[in-house]
Design a protein around this ligand. Structure first.
Ligand code: 6R9
Length: 719
């Protein structure tokens, strides 16, 4: 996925070639000291070529150079109270903080894990991202979103004034339905403005939103609704993804059926206590609007999802249950567009977002109001070097954390103008994304682009260079941001004008973030090292828990190395203190006792001129324990043959990493199984490599057909 920052009119000085300089020309590079400690085989030293902005492109940067970054970083770690108090000044507080900025325990041996930021303060994030812009910063007429539908004929400009009114209407409608502070609201919507309205409406009234990506199956939706005990589901009748029509309401109804089946015993026991609740007295949705029946509604919410609000986008024939379904337009009809925000404590929950990890039941990652607000706002401003006239586009879906943080909260907190895109990049033609750039910047070249972002997977140097040279025309900076649903915002990231870039590295920690590298025994490695990426202290945006499951929170992130937050990712820190993510630790390859990361083997494969993309997984091996099974996608018009295989085995691996990294199997992969957020599902590839046919839920895959193709083309030798 990419995040693009573009200006409406690029200054003439913006055109020119970004310079490449040896790192030695830069002063002291890193916030960490340098020494050598490397006991795991890894790739050879990366080339010492760094990239930094061309003159004139970042004359007004918030952080103008690396020294400025270092000074701010130092302040953020050595004087965190002052640092965050300065950031907090930008925001509106109903009640200012009284106690310490940050309190936490990261050590399971010392008691429960907790993180508290600005406890005692009261605010509202919706007020801060909307009302503050309209009333205090005079941005009411500024466009918040250029919404682009799936079809290029559908578009809408939404100003901050309009957004505030729509959000208030939705907030009032939710209140009429009985939703109150602390209630969970499930949102299963495509990338339409109503998605933003609903999430902000929840935030306004203190309800906790749980957005479920609209590509998930009914089972996944049901599981998430049940886990968070949501009372309301907001969905749409349907969505076009490219030329494919998806009947969302049908999936939503199936999910609710599943919920009902599982909730029956609970319903019955409560029903018997309340004479109003006979099966025939289930409220009609319209009736819910009458306050007299509000009590009944609220009690019903305690039982299960009973109201499903449906946005009519496509006028589809949808399954309709009179007892609980209501059209969005009917609900909003006549509702006031003013709504007093609910003033929330700093640590009140803001949202739950489920993240699956590679196996197991999804975890409801919980974020709270104030820390998330400050952190997403600050990272947005600095990482994209956002300025008032910029137009910004994040291509993610709001169903993922990237969309929560960098389509909704971060940009709006900065009063930014963003593109909100419903469709897919290749519909109706491959140049669709270029059209956005032209429409919203009024220029017909890419010369207005300044910052290109990437997130979600290790980007190998080959891909980085393509992005830099072809998309960014050697002028824009490629910002490789490492972070997780759990971290709330970027944690390792370059800052455009300040950080010299190395292709493939997420570079340095953001303000307040203190990474460390540990070995298997939990010993901290200094200087150049490779191992587990952990963080020693919280920053405001870190998750506060797994919803309803403190034990899982602690065991997943804190038990392995007491005193640290464990990301689950591996990393390498180079001699300049730059961090290189090497992939999920669970995906590591253990060949004859040597640990290899997926990223290093894949980067070596993609160096071959015929290879566009590669993914490597392990397969059990009688002698070596595990061996390497590689999937390679070739560039157009390249042929997969024996010579290529030999070259990949010999040059790519033996010579690059060492003989232990020689692949046992190489399979031609016309495509790789990826989620719609762009992550390679290595779990699926492992199963293909092992010829295991029971693949579980594949509904998040962008293109499930790829799996059949890969099965049919398995390496014959790997029976
Ligand atoms: C924001 C997001 C988190 C996992 C993370 C890591 C991988 C994210 C990365 C990256 C290498 C980067 N990841 N950014 N790997 N370089 N710049 O993607 O959140 O969906 O929770 O995924 O994605 O493995 O642990 P989420």
């Amino acid at each position: 996925m990419q995040i693009i920052r573009q200006t409406r009119a690029a200054p003439p000085s913006a055109v020119g070639s970004a310079a490449e300089q040896p790192l030695s020309q830069w002063k002291k590079m890193s916030p960490v000291s340098v020494s050598t400690n490397r006991d795991i085989p890894g790739p050879q030293e990366p080339e010492e070529k760094t990239y930094h902005p061309s003159n004139g492109l970042f004359t007004d940067a918030h952080v103008p150079d690396f020294d400025a970054y270092l000074a701010l970083y130092k302040k953020s770690t050595e004087e965190p109270e002052e640092f965050w108090a300065d950031v907090a000044q930008e925001f509106y507080w109903k009640k200012p903080p009284s106690g310490p900025m940050l309190q936490y325990n990261f050590d399971v041996n010392k008691g429960n894990i907790y993180i508290k930021f600005m406890e005692g303060a009261k605010t509202n994030i919706c007020y801060n991202v909307l009302d503050r812009n309209v009333h205090e910063r005079n941005l009411g007429e500024k466009v918040a979103y250029y919404w682009e539908g799936n079809s290029p004929d559908h578009h809408q400009n939404i100003t901050y004034n309009q957004l505030l009114r729509s959000v208030c209407r939705c907030a009032n409608a939710l209140k009429l339905l009985g939703v109150k502070k602390g209630d969970r609201v499930a949102i299963y919507l495509p990338m339409i403005p109503e998605l933003v309205y609903t999430m902000l409406a929840c935030a306004r009234i203190g309800a906790v939103h749980s957005i479920v990506f609209a590509g998930f199956s009914s089972e996944s939706l049901c599981e998430r609704i049940m886990d968070a005990q949501c009372n309301i589901l907001v969905t749409a009748d349907g969505v076009y993804r490219g030329d494919k029509l998806i009947n969302l309401k049908k999936i939503a109804s199936e999910a609710l059926e599943r919920c009902k089946e599982r909730y029956v015993p609970v319903c019955c026991s409560l029903l018997s206590e309340e004479p109003l609740f006979t099966s025939s007295s289930h409220p009609k949705c319209k009736i819910l609007l009458y306050p007299a029946l509000k009590l009944m509604t609220i009690l019903l919410f305690l039982l299960c999802v009973c109201v499903c609000v449906c946005v009519c986008v496509r006028a589809l024939q949808t399954p309709w249950d009179e007892s609980c379904d209501i059209w969005w337009d009917d609900l909003m009809d006549g509702v006031s567009d003013e709504c007093e925000p609910e003033w929330m404590d700093s640590e009140d929950p803001l949202f739950i977002l489920y993240t699956s990890g590679s196996t197991g039941k999804p975890k409801g990652v919980l974020h709270t109001v104030t820390g998330y607000m400050l952190y997403t706002s600050l990272t947005f401003k600095y990482v994209f070097d956002y300025h008032h006239d910029d137009v910004y586009w994040c291509t993610a879906d709001i169903g993922w954390i990237t969309g929560h943080s960098y389509i909704t909260y971060g940009p709006l907190a900065n009063g930014a103008t963003s593109v909100l895109f419903e469709g897919v990049p290749v519909y109706p033609h491959v140049a669709r994304t270029h059209t956005h750039t032209h429409t919203h910047t009024h220029t017909h070249t890419h010369s207005c682009l300044r910052v290109l972002g990437t997130v979600g997977e290790p980007i190998n140097p080959e891909a980085w260079l393509w992005y830099y040279e072809v998309v960014g025309q050697q002028r824009c900076l490629v910002i490789d941001t490492f972070w997780q649903t759990e971290t709330g915002g970027h944690v390792l990231t370059p800052l455009p004008a300040a950080t010299p870039l190395k292709p493939g590295s997420a570079t340095c920690p953001f303000f307040g973030v203190q990474p460390a590298v540990l070995n298997e025994h939990g010993e901290e490695l200094e200087g150049e090292a490779e191992g587990y990426l952990v963080f020693r202290k919280p920053w405001p945006g870190i998750m506060r828990g797994v919803y309803g499951n403190q034990e899982r929170f602690e065991s997943t992130y804190f038990r392995k190395f007491p005193g640290f937050y464990v990301t689950g990712d591996g990393c390498r820190r180079d001699k300049d203190g730059y961090y290189w993510i090497t992939g999920r630790i669970d995906d590591m390859l253990n060949v004859s006792g040597h640990l290899l990361s997926t990223a290093e083997v894949e980067a070596a494969l993609t160096e071959h001129p015929s290879v566009a993309e590669a993914a490597v997984v392990s397969r059990p091996h009688a002698v070596k324990g595990e061996c390497l099974y590689c999937f390679v996608t070739l560039k157009d018009h390249k042929e997969f043959n024996r010579t290529l295989m030999e070259e990949l085995k010999r040059k790519g691996q033996r010579e690059k990493i060492g003989p232990i990294a020689t692949p046992d199997f190489i399979q031609n992969a016309p495509g790789l199984p990826k989620t719609r957020s762009g992550k390679i599902m290595r779990r699926v590839l492992r199963q293909i490599a092992r010829n295991e046919k029971d693949l579980g839920d594949l509904s998040t895959l962008a293109d499930p057909k790829v799996v059949e193709v890969l099965f049919s083309q398995r390496c014959e030798a790997a029976a």
